[in-house]
Design a binder for this molecule. Sequence first.
Ligand SMILES: [Zn+2]
Ligand SMILES: [Zn+2]
Length: 569
Amino acid sequence: MENASIAEILEEYAKYLEINNEDFFRVRAYNSAARSVLGLDFNIAEILKSGEELPKIKGVGKNIQGHIEEIVNSGTFHELEEIKSNTPQILIVMNKIPGVGAKKAFKIHKELGVNSLGELEYACIENRLAMLDGFGEKSQNKILKNIEYVKLSMQRRLLADAEETAEKIHSFFESIDYVEKYEIAGSYRRKLETVKDLDLVIVAQGESNVLDKIAKEGFFDEIREGGEKKISAALDGLPVDLRCFEKDDFYTALHHFTGSKAHHERLRGIAKSKNFKINEYGIFQGDKKLKVSSEEEIYEILGLHYIPPELREGIFEFREDLDFENLVTEEDIKGIFHIHTNYSDGAMALQDIVDYCRSRNFKYTGISDHSRSAFYAGGLKEEELFDQIEKIDAVNAENRDFFVFKGIESDILPDGSLDYSKDVLQKLDFVIASIHSHFNMSMSEMTDRIIKAVNNPCTKILGHPTGRLLLSRDGYQVDMYEVIKECCRNNVIIELNCNPYRLDIDWRYLQTLIKEGGRVILCPDAHSKNGFEHIKYGVYAARKGGLTPAHVLNTLDTDGIAGILKNKC
Ligand SMILES: [Zn+2]
Ligand SMILES: [Zn+2]
């Protein structure tokens, strides 16, 4: 077991304590224990398994150490399971609503007797929330609007979350031998940033009622509807549709159920113009069903270049000038920028980041902690930044085959200026300019604010340009076309933030960016080791946007990146 998993479980407990309005100091104790665990340079589970005594961990007393031992042995601990089963579901749901938070959720539940999302909505409509101490009409309206997001997130989930369920499905299919071939199709296969369900396309070997047999394995949490050709099941609360096909129909079925609707509509039009017909049952020339043994063949028959699943959104995949054969892959990424260290709100020390990047065969990294205005995220005071610069120089002096670029993620202040003076920013290799506060500006104000930051000669990268958090918060109002144009004019690189909640810039803007001559940089915005894994979601999004390695800055080698960053302000 990794330390990160232990930390996650401790944090989960803290969250539950908070939701249940427990003592603030207890909540803080578990959160800080989790942070200490994340920052350790040894593996707790290994030490415990070896029977050795655990070295003293900051903030971990006898009690929490007991929990940790239990976690290592059983994956959880008693108190966590207890509080989980005693927590009313509505508190968990309300806690996810922006503008509510743990304290207010508890108050709403206790004082208004709200037990479901519907009741909360109704209480808002009846103006009962606004009357509650500590609330008001403004916060009531905000909550009412945010309920919509929660409803949405209950219907859809992040690709990263659906992937966990998909992994379970893969292991299940590995454990049975009567399914010859299967694939998860749908928006999951298209790597859409959020998915509503998983669609499985299956071929069985010599089995008459394979879906029935699968249903009886007891693997799925629920079988909602059964049938010979299709069953609707659920796993982890995610709907899963399983459809069974003859072997010869596998690829046309896979293609059909991969979608999207918009892609198929375009494809049907093209097929018709060439005297073919394509639908759920296959591809036809007149009445004759054509045999296909790959998806590539379907496109070939229609005289088209092959369109990978990620591109099938009916947006720009039919354009002739795009190079879909060389879409960027994770292996193309040579190094990563936008990493937070324990100087601000990251969990990893500089040296750990370097070691980790080297173990992943990255050639360089770009460190960018929060700037001083982001005090809530431990933003760096000038002295701290200078200290970090010195440490990075020392690391670079020691390493010949790995380079650390010195940077900062500077807040874009409400008036569009950056944190720190020019003298300070000049000491750095790069500045990421990002918005972290004052989201509620009009579109023209916000666009002006960002454009001013982009025109600052110190700005090299524009961080998460819309500020959206998928399924929980819309981006701020901003004219992205103007921002893209200004970035390209000023040689500012736009970040594609790879965090699965962000994926910001949205891939739908990427062709516009390319047309303007711009490039992106794929940044995990990592705050811990786990964050580095997010690069793959950025790669998916980049592929959906039709990007090749030439469009992605961090496919360059160290000298290439250094060349781009060399003009300091
Ligand atoms: Zn940020
Ligand atoms: Zn960041």
